[in-house]
Write a protein that binds this ligand. Structure first.
Ligand SMILES: O=C(O)CCC(=O)C(=O)O
Ligand SMILES: [Fe+2]
Length: 392
């Protein structure tokens, strides 16, 4: 069993003991014990094979609701204790220069409120480049007959509510590669997750005012829900268009990332009326902002995109997680060699980019005309350092 699995096991056993001391009925203890054992077997399987058994994933979602999030906190704590975060030295990037104190403040805001809106915005040239990119690529769109068509985004004649860019088009863009290796972003992700953060989602999508049917809203995450794909994760949203109350602000129920009212502990979508009946009005927030606005969100709390009333919204979303246990994984296949910022980050924080696949080394050599002999010399020098400890 891996160190992380062992640490999770210890915490879950402690949890069971506390239930026994609290006088929980024996039948319930047996049921909980069985469920936790099933989960641990699934987690162990994931560690060994990289694949999460579906029943263990479903169980995680159920245990999240059953324990009001406490189960996930225990697992996250186990993972952190076995696998400490990367130390990002002198973080300085799109979120500004971050001191330890400012990171602490941001992290505690996210833990308390579930989200944090950064003062810094993405520079305009970056926003414009990403918008132009999003206007030019093809999108795979499910049409009314259930088939998928390859379409361009035509803002005057949308054919769906949500146009999600193909992962390879998103991840192959140099600006996106710089953002996913940005030291200020990595510093926040590693601190919040308190373990070596792993990038597991990078998506650009348009929202349109195509349809307001309940079915369409549900499908495009335009109804309240919480995400539970993994044990713990953090999303960064980058608005690439101006977002007003009419153009799909990200909506979040402040504080709902921690503990939720009992009536809301179920998987699925929630209507606005249900959410209004469960939470104080002042906690139900619409996060509006000019293009370039950057938000960090723990979407284990209640959130949705508000339906577009008129016009469009373009967003880039980047997610980091503490473990790849959970929902099926996406692979980020780069079409070309990564930009320098990303290849440097991949060397420094290999665990963060487990899901990123670069083209074969020979391919990179051809594209960049790299002299293979220089490589060989470099390797010889490095190896001699290992063979001769005095050179340290
Ligand atoms: O579009 C949005 O603002 C919310 C999308 C969402 O539910 C998510 O990214 O988890
Ligand atoms: Fe969501």
């Amino acid at each position: 069993m891996s160190l992380a699995a062992q640490a999770i096991k210890e915490r879950l056993e402690g949890w069971i003991s506390s239930w026994i001391s609290a006088g929980m009925p024996e039948q319930s203890i047996i049921q909980l014990n069985n469920a936790l054992n099933l989960f641990l077997t699934g987690y162990d399987n994931y560690e060994k094979t990289g694949e999460t058994p579906r029943d263990a994933y479903v169980l995680m979602r159920q245990l999240f609701c059953l324990s009001n999030g406490f189960f996930n906190d225990l697992c996250a704590d186990g993972i952190s204790s076995a696998n400490r975060p990367y130390i990002v030295e002198n973080p300085d990037g799109v979120l500004g220069k971050l001191s330890d104190v400012s990171i602490e403040n941001i992290i505690s805001s996210i833990s308390r409120d579930g989200f944090y809106v950064f003062q810094e915005k993405l520079p305009e040239n970056i926003v414009n480049t990403l918008v132009a990119h999003a206007e030019s690529t093809n999108y795979s769109m499910e049409m009314s007959n259930g088939h998928y068509d390859d379409v361009k985004y035509d803002r005057n004649n949308p054919v769906g509510n949500r146009y999600i860019q193909k992962t390879k088009d998103t991840i192959s863009h140099p600006v996106i590669q710089k953002l996913i290796s940005d030291s200020s972003i990595l510093a926040i992700a590693n601190s919040y997750l308190n373990t070596k953060s792993i990038m597991d989602s990078a998506q650009i999508w348009w929202l349109t005012d195509f349809s307001k049917s309940k079915e369409a809203l549900d499908k495009s995450a335009l109804m309240y829900h919480f995400d539970m794909d993994r044990i713990k994760f953090l999303k960064f949203f980058f608005y690439l268009t101006d977002v007003t109350s009419e153009t799909a602000p990200h909506c979040y129920v402040k504080g709902s990332c921690a503990r939720k009212p009992t009536q809301s502990l179920r998987d699925g979508r929630f209507s606005d009326e249900e959410i209004s009946s469960l939470f104080p009005r002042e906690d139900i927030r619409e996060i509006c902002g000019k293009k370039g606005t950057i938000i960090a969100v723990d979407t284990r709390g209640f959130h949705k995109g508000k339906a577009v009333e008129k016009g469009e919204r373009l967003i880039f979303q980047l997610e980091f997680t503490n473990s790849l246990f959970g929902a099926p994984l996406e692979i980020f296949e780069l079409e070309n060699a990564p930009v320098k910022e990303l290849s440097d980050a991949m060397r420094k924080y290999p665990g963060t980019y487990k899901l990123v696949q670069t083209p074969k080394i020979e391919q990179i050599q051809i594209e960049h005309n790299i002299n293979v002999n220089n490589f060989a010399e470099d390797w010889k020098a490095r190896n001699s350092m290992f063979l001769n400890p005095k050179s340290y």
